[in-house]
Ligand binder design. Sequence first.
Ligand SMILES: *Cc1c(COP(=O)(O)O)cnc(C)c1O
Length: 465
Amino acid sequence: MSGHPAEPWRVKMVEPLRATTREYREQAIRAAGWNPCLLRSEDVYVDLFTDSGTNAMSDRQWSALMRGDEAYAGARSFYVLEEAVRTHYGYEHVIPVHQGRGGENILSRCLLRPGTHVAGNMYFPSTRAHQELNGATFHDVIIDEAHDPDDEHPFKGNVDLGKLKVLIDAVGAGTIPYLSIAATVNMAGGQPISVANLTEVAELAHHHGIPVFLDTARAVENAWFVKQREPGWADRSITDILRALCAPTDGAVMSAKKDSLANIGGWIGLRDPELAEQARGLVLLYEGLHTYGGMAGRDMEAIAQGITESVDEDHISARIAQVEYLGRRLHTAGVPIIRPVGGHCVCVDATATLPHIPRTQFTAQTLAAAVYLDAGIRGVERGGVSAGRDPRTGENRFPPLEFLRLAIPRRVYTQSHIDLVADSVIRVHRHRDRITSGLAFAYEPSHLRFFQARFAPVRGTSIWD
Ligand SMILES: *Cc1c(COP(=O)(O)O)cnc(C)c1O
């Protein structure tokens, strides 16, 4: 008995997967510089690298593609997207961008200057990279519980208001152009923020004249956790809760590749007409005209349809239950994972799994390579490699959490795939003593280094004896 609902969809089209041998995978990961990111996708059996843009679209989304209006200016599809965002997220000004980071670039360029400060509930790599490129310093004001993999706090994405007040007092509200709040917090393992906390954060920020921008990539998943866990919300619809999360904020940056069940796209949502005008001006330079922002008309149609499907209660509960199921299987078998299980991923605590591999040898990167070797499953490192170097000191940053993230694409894999993943990760954990070497950089890119970095085993020719 699986203990979770059967998938609320049936398969209409299939994409074959190719099984590989252990020898083949050993060669493939070596050729990829021990970085699963550099593997070819056809060499991967179950791809849990990301839930971003890897969603299976519905028959209705594929039909919507045919309605795409590819006019350069004023396309009908733009107004369809605008209406869907206004209805579900509640932002008046909707500016399309090619994907989330396009929006981060625009917002950062509009508001940040050298010497400014941005605070948020833990960093996200592309978000912080754009903030730092524009001269700002990012400050993490998430609650301490978020950094403890075993803490069962129901809202590990919450902001510590005390930390936020200390920061405002220290640097002055005038040097903080905005707060950058995420729902859910990806880097903490998909942990939600409560409506109450977000509302209080916005009140404090607004009291100091600081606007709040929400990263809504997984705000629907966040809404589901609010419904389950936050007093007073159990009887409200996901649609209502999503609106309640957005209501106290001044705007949002959205990657439609997550919640919205699309393969590409994003938008910026704003309330301030002047800021919206400034943002549209920059979108013209960096993305495309302000009524397509780097997307095809059909992409905007697929996102609009995806937004309405994303808030469907059967969809969202089955989606999160599948993630929870994988987490439960690993936890029951004694694999150390971040608790509680988040909305889009299961995170295996790498330092607890491989205590004999020091963090200077990139423990989670090593675990990611080992999990690929075992059965062709691809996850991603979230730890020292992802954190990069401090731009001022040039030193490696080692965040408190060092984990292997297994992100589950929406509506893509079945129960048997998830069981295969659980079996493999449990096997790697049982054989952890045979993972005898960590990794060192063979090539280190300067930005978002986890994507293109290459490594070599520190000792011997493999990580596994
Ligand atoms: C994916 C993501 C982004 C960036 O969006 P892209 O569409 O990948 O550019 C920003 N924030 C969060 C929380 C994300 O998960």
